[in-house]
Design a protein around this ligand. Structure first.
Ligand SMILES: Cc1ncc(C[n+]2csc(CCO)c2C)c(N)n1
Length: 220
């Protein structure tokens, strides 16, 4: 069994919870309260600043030049394509472009988990840690498109970004790199890869949940 097949089987219960969580259900039918989406967008803008750099470091550490090029490209896209999405959403939803955003606990943890993994763990583990960001978004995008119940969904742009062909191609490449590197590594590192994959998947759930439940540093 390939690493990615095993990894997806392992996170099946997490993915199931994601698909059934209120944030995703309400995003799909367009009823998600705007302030919850704003929380998500603002935190995601922060997350992407970190994530783009994490992908670039994976590129820098890649032995294979094509892998390096692809990860530089993913990193660049994280910063450029996603910024365009954010800018248009900031406009659509009346958010100021230049407000300073405080990174809230889940986004803080997820961003720094990825940064420390790419810095202190073997590259195999870092590759596995970033894969859920691609893969879960692709699956969620596709699932929403399949089961969409409302026309004129205010969140349509978001949905289209993650169910599009271009994005699908990137996800396929990322999965192939992870499977190739898993085949060439030790069992010990494969175990660490799986742990990182599961943790990142868990954090994808928590990221949306934090937006829905308004989880902040506020101590009250
Ligand atoms: C918390 C969080 N996780 C994943 C993504 C999705 N995503 C962001 S950048 C990128 C790859 C770009 O080349 C992908 C798939 C997100 N937006 N926010």
């Amino acid at each position: 069994m390939t690493f990615t097949t095993k990894a997806w089987k392992t996170i099946a219960p997490i993915y199931d919870d994601i698909i059934n969580m209120p944030f995703i259900k309400e995003l799909r039918n367009g009823t998600l309260p705007i302030e919850k989406f704003q929380f998500y967008m603002l935190q995601d803008a922060k997350y992407l600043e970190h994530f783009g750099r994490v992908l670039a470091v994976i590129g820098a550490k890649s032995e294979d030049n094509q892998q390096a090029i692809d990860f530089f490209e993913f990193g660049k896209n994280a910063l450029i394509v996603e910024r365009a999405l954010h800018e248009s959403y900031f406009q659509d939803f009346g958010l100021a472009q230049n407000i300073s955003i405080e990174t809230q606990p889940v986004c803080h943890h997820y961003s720094h988990f990825l940064k420390s993994t790419v810095t202190f763990e073997p590259i195999e583990v870092a590759l596995a840690a970033v894969l859920p960001c691609f893969w879960i978004y692709k699956e969620v995008g596709d699932e929403i498109i399949k089961n969409q119940s409302k026309e004129n969904n205010p969140y349509q742009k978001w949905i289209d970004t993650y169910s599009g062909e271009d994005f699908g191609e990137g996800v396929k490449k990322a999965k192939q790199y992870v499977d190739k590197i898993a085949e060439e590594t030790t069992d010990k590192i494969k175990t660490q890869m799986l742990e990182a994959f599961v943790k990142a998947s868990e954090l994808e759930f928590q990221f949306w949940n934090a937006a829905y439940e308004n989880i902040t540093w506020n101590r009250k």
